[in-house]
Design a protein around this ligand. Structure first.
Ligand SMILES: [Zn+2]
Length: 494
């Protein structure tokens, strides 16, 4: 059966993704039975807070369905696995209506996991979700059986009774380091990847081992042998604007958001968090079931958004909802939000180049092997949205419509790097190491024995740049000098 089509519009904030999606959807309604837009922005899934989340106002949606938008409450956690499930259901429904699904959003890793199944990585740092077991047999691996039977009693008991929530290293360092010790005994390769204080990641790895019955290293080897094909025949449209033009646009957008009432939304979020906290406390004061009913986590959901982070502490301290830029702390918060927004945009581009494009290219390599038809299952185009105004139509809208038309007809598509010099530059990537050994070797943490004072709570530093930086710190050099002295003794002392 041939794969059904999907259009995915990705790119940073402020490049016009929503605008292009609506333009495409309207154009498709003339030729096909229309299109539906499925939101892939992790913040726009939340209800209300339209300014912070930058949702398309209803009147600008032009009657096009916008799905998975504004349906979660601000403190609710909504993770990639749930989104993928919801998106798949809606895409299926859209296809059944003979319409075209258009997935739009800046959360590229959601889109990536939607199009490329089974790649919710063992080392994925963006989620605390446990990936579904990729294996076909559910038997426990020999290596794991051996490792478990070699566990000391204390760790064995811990493995059998893993806590629901990971302990916080700041509150219970002993529990945190014991958890890491358990992972080291079971799966030293993945344990080297996480700092013992990073209990969320340590816990996730332990859960993966427990639920899959395999070591992380075994899962990686297995995944590399059985790369699943993409779920949809996908056309990626990457809207890109050069940083020197995008940055001022992003800055200006922050100013507009403030004018529109960003502070009121932040204030509302603070109040909701405070009210919910009181309810939680009252509930748990009378409940013996504290650990089974996890309170809403106000470090998650909307509370992670850019804007909330920068202005919540300002508002809590000064309680001024209409400050001017003369107000120093306020001006500082504004600058911080502008900086965060620019940094976030950089991160989004990095993700597309370092993760999404390699997956796109790999999928086509795999699908073309030994087949007669070299047609690509997944294509990625960059559309240059650096210039707005008149150029939008010629650089973005028209090429997007033309590529989409050909894509849906199944006719020959243009070569992506021929579209523009920017496309050529940004779509060309250095091949990343994708062999399993390289994945396992990368980004290990090493223990600095010189700086470690308590072996159960070691000082762990990532190899490479971080380690080099550590070796230059005063703390480390002092410790090295002290260790040398102890070794050789004071001068003259023979
Ligand atoms: Zn050191």
């Amino acid at each position: 059966m041939s794969l059904r089509p999907l259009i995915a519009i990705c790119g940073t904030t402020g490049v016009g993704k929503s605008k292009l999606a609506i333009e495409l959807a309207l154009a498709l309604s003339q030729r096909y039975s229309g299109a539906r837009i499925i939101n892939a922005d992790a913040m726009q899934v939340y209800a209300g807070m339209d300014i912070i989340t930058n949702k398309v106002p209803h009147e600008e949606q032009c009657g096009v369905d916008h799905l998975l938008m504004g349906f979660k409450s601000p403190g609710e956690q909504y993770v990639v696995g749930q989104w993928v499930k919801d998106a798949m259901r809606l895409i299926n429904e859209t296809h059944q209506r003979n319409q075209i699904p258009i997935v739009v959003g800046g959360t590229s890793y959601w889109i990536q996991h939607l199009v490329f199944p089974g790649r919710l990585g063992v080392f994925d740092e963006t989620t605390s979700e446990v990936p579904a077991t990729p294996s076909t047999n559910s038997k426990m691996s020999e290596n794991l059986i051996r490792a478990i039977s070699a566990l000391p009693q204390e760790l064995h008991t811990l493995y059998d009774n893993l806590p629901e929530q990971p302990p916080l290293a700041s509150e219970d360092p002993d529990a945190a380091s014991t958890l890491h010790r358990l992972l080291t005994q079971l799966d030293p390769i993945v344990a080297q990847r996480w700092h013992w204080k990073d209990t969320r990641k340590v816990m996730r790895s332990l859960k993966i081992i427990k639920e899959s019955g395999k070591l992380s290293s075994e899962i990686i080897l297995e995944q590399s042998e059985t790369e699943p094909p993409p779920r949809y025949r996908t056309l990626f449209l990457w809207l890109y604007a050069r940083p020197e033009k995008l940055d001022p646009r992003l800055d200006a957008r922050v100013d507009v958001m403030l004018e529109q009432g960003l502070l009121r939304e932040v204030d509302e979020l603070i109040r909701e968090a405070a009210a919910a906290k009181q309810v939680d406390e009252a509930r748990f004061a009378t409940s013996s079931d504290y650990y089974n009913s996890a309170p809403i986590d106000y470090t998650l959901g909307m509370y992670q958004s850019i804007g909330y982070r920068e202005f919540s502490s300002y508002l809590i301290e000064y309680q001024n909802l209409s400050p001017s830029l003369e107000d120093k702390p306020f001006a500082t918060a504004v600058e911080r939000m502008k900086l965060s927004t620019r940094q976030y945009a950089r991160k989004q581009v990095k993700w597309i180049r370092n993760k999404l494009l390699p997956a796109v290219y790999a999928a086509n390599l795999n699908s073309n092997q030994g087949e007669n038809q070299p047609r690509e299952i997944v294509s990625a185009y960059l559309l240059d949205a650096t210039e707005l105004g008149e150029q939008w139509s010629s650089e973005v809208e028209q090429p997007a419509l033309e590529i989409t038309r050909r894509f849906l007809q199944g006719s020959t598509l243009p070569v992506p790097i021929t579209l523009s010099s920017t496309a050529k530059e940004m779509l060309t990537i250095a091949q990343k190491p994708i062999n399993p050994e390289a994945i396992l070797e990368a980004r290990r943490r090493i223990v600095c024995h010189t700086c470690t004072t308590d072996e159960s709570k070691p000082v762990m530093i990532e190899q490479g740049k971080e380690w080099e930086a550590h070796a230059r710190t005063k703390r480390h050099r002092t410790a090295v000098a002290r260790a040398k002295k102890q070794l050789t003794g004071p001068p003259g002392d023979k």
